[in-house]
Write a protein that binds this ligand. Structure first.
Ligand code: NAP
Ligand code: GLV
Length: 309
């Protein structure tokens, strides 16, 4: 018996179970902590996998992350040959396109400023800058970064993107590698971070990086909390070097109640909701991958463990 085990958000899990019952009625589907016979578990979808997977599920064939990111997994602690697959499925991509567009437009159109003014009952108009004169740059040209740029292009923003390896994206000036990051930052007024968390990207949004942006620039952070130096952002905002930030991810999460971000007038804060995998499309991608695996075809969203993403 080839069984599927789900270990993540229970509400979405119930939806996964309903979808599996229709689309893969022959595959037993269990929701943690009910594992069924552990020897039968071939596929595990988890946000945080249980400890000691190797001994607990000796016949496991694929570990799926229920999210688009996999940094919550300790890759070194997983069986070396176990394929790890992330869910960069259409639902999570669409959600991030919405969030990043909302955040870029909010900063472009001075929403944090107008929210402050509204609280003070202050009617004061500021110059409207056309999108064609606002330079937006995206850190990460992966599934999410590229989809976000494609949507932002429609507004006419001059666009740039940065990745580890060289890319070509229509209508986007592409920069690659650490050597080209300064040039990308120097031309970017709204910076969007959509990088995966790795040893290389941990703490990347720091004081030195903010200094390389032009004065008055702003930040959208929807990657991972540990990429951001919290104090450096506060300093840059308070001294006026940065003008605003939309922050979706923090370290730690949840953010403690007394953290200055909650009340900072130049920060719009959301509780890691920029995007979520959607059961309907996620289950389709999982089942497609299981079929691919059984047919010996390459898996979609397979994580390259040597890169860490
Ligand atoms: P992806 O397809 O793996 O793309 C990652 C991109 O980052 C690639 O372009 C990669 O470069 C680039 N990159 C990685 N390390 C780099 C480095 N050291 N220097 C420069 N560029 C680097 O990932 P994705 O699907 O777009 O997702 C990105 C991240 O978004 C996820 O890992 C997750 O942390 C985050 N996320 C957040 C939310 C939320 O709700 N806030 C939701 C979903 C995902 P190459 O192209 O050269 O490989
Ligand atoms: C959410 O942050 C995800 O990685 O899907």
């Amino acid at each position: 018996m080839m069984a599927f085990l789900y270990k993540a958000d229970a509400v979405r899990g119930a939806e996964w179970a309903r979808l599996f019952a229709v689309k893969a009625p022959d595959m037993p589907f269990h929701i943690w902590p009910d594992t069924g016979d552990a020897e039968d578990v071939r596929y595990l979808a988890a946000w945080l996998p249980p400890a000691d997977i190797e001994n607990r599920f000796p016949r496991l064939e694929i570990l799926f992350s229920t999210g688009a990111g996999i940094d919550q997994f300790d890759l070194a602690a997983l069986p070396p040959g176990l394929p790890v697959v992330r869910l960069a499925e259409p639902g999570v991509v669409a959600g991030m396109v919405e969030y990043a567009t909302m955040a870029v437009l909010a900063l472009h159109r001075d929403l944090p400023v107008y929210i402050r003014q509204q609280r003070e009952a202050r009617w004061a108009a500021h110059r409207v800058i056309p999108a064609t004169q606002r330079r937006v740059g995206v850190l990460g040209l992966g599934v999410l970064g590229r989809a976000v740029l494609e949507r932002l292009r429609a507004f006419g923003f001059p666009l740039a993107g940065w990745s580890r390896t060289r890319h070509e994206v229509d209508g986007v000036t592409c920069y690659a590698g650490d050597d080209e990051l300064p040039a990308m930052l120097a031309r970017t007024e709204i910076l969007v971070c959509l990088l995966p968390l790795t040893a290389q990207t941990r703490g990347i949004l720091d004081a030195a990086l903010f200094r390389q942006l032009p004065r008055g620039a702003s930040l959208v952070h929807a990657g991972r909390g540990a990429q951001l130096d919290h104090q450096a952002l506060l300093d840059a905002l308070d001294e006026g070097w940065l003008s605003g930030a939309v922050i979706d991810v923090t370290d730690p999460e949840p953010l403690p109640g007394n953290h200055p971000y909650w009340t900072h007038p130049k920060i719009l804060l959301t509780p890691h909701v920029a995007s979520m995998t959607q059961p309907e499309t996620a289950v389709e991608q999982v089942l497609d991958n299981i079929r691919r695996h059984q047919a010996g075809l390459p898996l979609v969203g397979l994580v390259d463990r040597s890169r860490g993403y």
